[in-house]
Design a protein around this ligand. Structure first.
Ligand SMILES: Cc1cc2nc3c(=O)[nH]c(=O)nc-3n(C[C@H](O)[C@H](O)[C@H](O)COP(=O)(O)OP(=O)(O)OC[C@H]3O[C@@H](n4cnc5c(N)ncnc54)[C@H](O)[C@@H]3O)c2cc1C
Length: 277
């Protein structure tokens, strides 16, 4: 789809060239969402893919994923990491979460991790991935100052987040502790290839890293809920965590009723805990 109101597409190659960003301007990443809906308020696009960010940087501290990293580049980590970092047992989760998007390989090649995070839809599976693996965002401010935020604090409601006007998401960092963990993944959707209704991810840290068990619930809820237990939780602990999710935060849309999502989230949380015990 064309956006006929757009008069200018800027292609910055340096940080300083990204701004100013006003009300009629939008950051353009993969464009898979921007070009899929009318955007009558837009006059200018600022294409951040021309900044030339390295998509994925792996080092001892973990993985730095640029906001412009495509879903395909991210999914490839599931194949690449076992050779590079055989002790990073969370490797399968990258492809699993990429597969949770209701999108074809053509969208994978273009859609970016940052675009998915910034849209902040409940079915945003890059949110699922980064919440489960303790992702921390780096956000560029228009004043040249950076700030950091954990992913579960970034998304506040369906299509709502803490990105202030004119801020740009630069990257997300996944720490090595989370990448060393064993993970268990569950997704349910009303139809086989449908948009995710519930995504539950369990993460069991290595004994040397404390052996904690983390359960992250996304899709079912309008923002991520992440619960960390000292080890496998007892049934009442798990129920207590689940019950702490406010009634209004269960997602209510065409892809599933809130009651169904709440019931499935508890069932799948029990399953991932059992798998990781
Ligand atoms: C066929 C299809 C299926 C889809 N399935 C799903 C799905 O299952 N779940 C889901 O959540 N989404 C889905 N989407 C929506 C969307 O395409 C994806 O979320 C995708 O990851 C968005 O990335 P993008 O790079 O194309 O974003 P763009 O379209 O370029 O941008 C999306 C929004 O984020 C802003 N933005 C992008 N990058 C940044 C940044 N670094 N800093 C600040 N703002 C930024 C843009 O200004 C815009 O408002 C789907 C889209 C299509 C076309």
């Amino acid at each position: 789809m064309d956006i006929p109101t757009v008069e200018v597409v800027d292609t910055p190659t340096r940080r300083a060239e990204v701004w100013p960003l006003g009300p009629g301007d939008a950051v353009l990443a993969g464009g898979t969402w921007l070009f899929s809906e009318p955007q009558v308020h837009l006059r200018r696009l600022v294409d951040i893919t021309t900044l030339g960010w390295i998509p994925v940087t792996v080092d001892e501290s973990g993985i730095e994923i640029a906001a412009t990293c495509t879903v395909e580049e991210l999914a490839n980590l599931s194949r690449q990491l076992p050779d590079q970092r055989p002790d990073w047992l969370a490797a399968p989760l990258f492809r699993q979460c990429a597969g949770a998007l209701k999108a074809s390989f053509k969208v994978w090649k273009t859609a970016t991790v940052g675009g998915n995070l910034c849209l902040s839809f409940p079915a945003g599976s890059m949110i699922s991935l980064c919440s489960a693996l303790d992702g921390r965002l780096v956000i560029w401010g228009p004043d040249g100052v950076d700030r950091q935020l954990p992913v579960p604090e970034f998304v506040t409601a369906a299509a709502r987040n803490r990105l202030a006007p004119a801020e740009v998401l630069r990257s997300v960092h996944l720490p090595a502790v989370a990448l060393r963990a064993r993970t268990a993944y569950r997704k349910v959707a009303p139809s086989a290839r449908g948009r995710s209704g519930v995504v539950v991810i369990g993460r069991r840290d290595a004994v040397a890293d404390g052996g904690r068990l983390t359960v992250s619930i996304t899709g079912a809820t309008v923002r991520p809920y992440v619960f960390t237990f000292a080890g496998p939780p007892a049934e009442d602990e798990l129920r207590g965590a689940h019950a702490s999710i406010p009634d209004n935060d269960w997602t209510d849309d065409a892809h599933g009723d809130p009651d169904w999502r709440a019931a499935m989230a508890l069932l799948l949380a029990r399953q991932v805990c059992a798998e990781l015990t």
